[in-house]
Design a protein around this ligand. Structure first.
Ligand code: FE
Ligand code: FE
Ligand code: ZN
Length: 303
């Protein structure tokens, strides 16, 4: 596929002052044509009221810059865990609120980490996740939940096709459920990314490729099969630049957003206070299909 056809962006902020308008501005500053955000701090439950005027201003700016609202992604907070029966009611009601917020903002997709079994068995956790999704998914709202493929850290659910398949098969509203791939997580879970088409074949056979609605693009600090989940900047990790480029330009995922969640870069090893977003430079490298040896230097110097 051509670079002009790439739908590519990164994780961006969602500030109290500018809300969605600020997110659009940040995405544009990276040369992106899509983006992903949390509607509030992912680690707590504080949520500010949404300002419709800012949302309309954001829509205007998106229109002027050919950003397609239907490709924007919200990430659900990571404090919820539908697999933890002890906290089930809280997770369900908080996610219902997040779907409501996504719907108010006009956002169609919400990425969710399926959950972790913690002190329960995998079967109990899977059933709890399925029950939760069947309560949350609402056919009156145009919001689809995308289950993220996980690295399999600790008791995480969703690091195998079998687990994702079981959840999707048992979810009632099939048009409200999908999958978000994450290259770092796939790699850490042991998938051979040098043979990404074979993975897509398996995915298609087990679940159906049409369920893939988003892909997170990250390199990995660890080795394949490590089950670690630590993201690295594009081309600086163990997946490598060329493998990631082949995935990004894969025709079979042509119409879905590619979202970078790579780490901010610190000014130096001694100064971890000042950190800079890498996305402008990574998007540029991806469009040029050429790794830039001066990547870290350029990010730090804001060149
Ligand atoms: Fe995630
Ligand atoms: Fe991710
Ligand atoms: Zn991750």
């Amino acid at each position: 596929m051509k670079k002009e056809d790439l739908i590519i962006g990164s994780h961006v902020g969602f500030s109290s002052k500018e809300q969605l308008l600020g997110s659009v501005k940040e995405a544009l500053s990276y040369g992106a044509n899509t983006f992903m955000f949390y509607t509030g701090a992912p680690q707590n439950t504080k949520r500010l009221p949404l300002d419709d005027n800012l949302t309309y201003e954001a829509y205007q700016l998106m229109k002027e810059n050919s950003i397609d609202l239907s490709k924007i992604i919200i990430h659900a907070p990571y404090i919820v865990n539908l697999g933890n029966l002890a906290n089930f009611d809280f997770s369900v009601s908080f996610l219902q609120g997040e779907i409501e917020r996504a719907s108010t903002l006009g956002i169609k997709y919400m990425v969710l980490h399926p959950g972790a079994s913690v002190s329960y068995t995998k079967e109990q956790a899977l059933n709890s996740i399925i029950d939760g999704l069947n309560i949350i998914l609402d056919n009156d709202k145009d919001v689809t939940i995308l289950l993220e493929t996980m690295a399999g850290k600790g008791t995480e659910i969703g690091s195998t096709l079998e687990e994702l398949k079981e959840i999707i098969e048992k979810v009632k509203f099939k048009d409200k459920i999908g999958v978000c791939l994450d290259t770092c997580h796939l790699f850490d879970s042991g998938v051979d990314l040098n043979n990404f088409d074979a993975y897509l074949d398996d995915f298609d056979k087990e679940i159906g490729i049409k369920y893939i609605k988003c892909i997170h693009i990250n390199d990995s600090k660890n080795l394949s099969g490590s089950h670690k989940d630590r993201h690295e900047n594009i081309g600086l990790g163990n997946i490598g630049f060329n493998t990631l480029i082949d995935i990004i330009y894969n025709e079979r995922l042509k119409d879905i957003p590619r979202i970078l969640e790579t780490p901010y870069v610190a000014l130096s090893d001694n100064d971890k206070e000042k950190i800079y977003p890498p996305y402008k430079y990574e998007i540029k490298m991806i469009k040029n299909k050429e790794f830039d040896n001066k990547l870290l230097e350029k990010i730090r110097n804001n060149e």
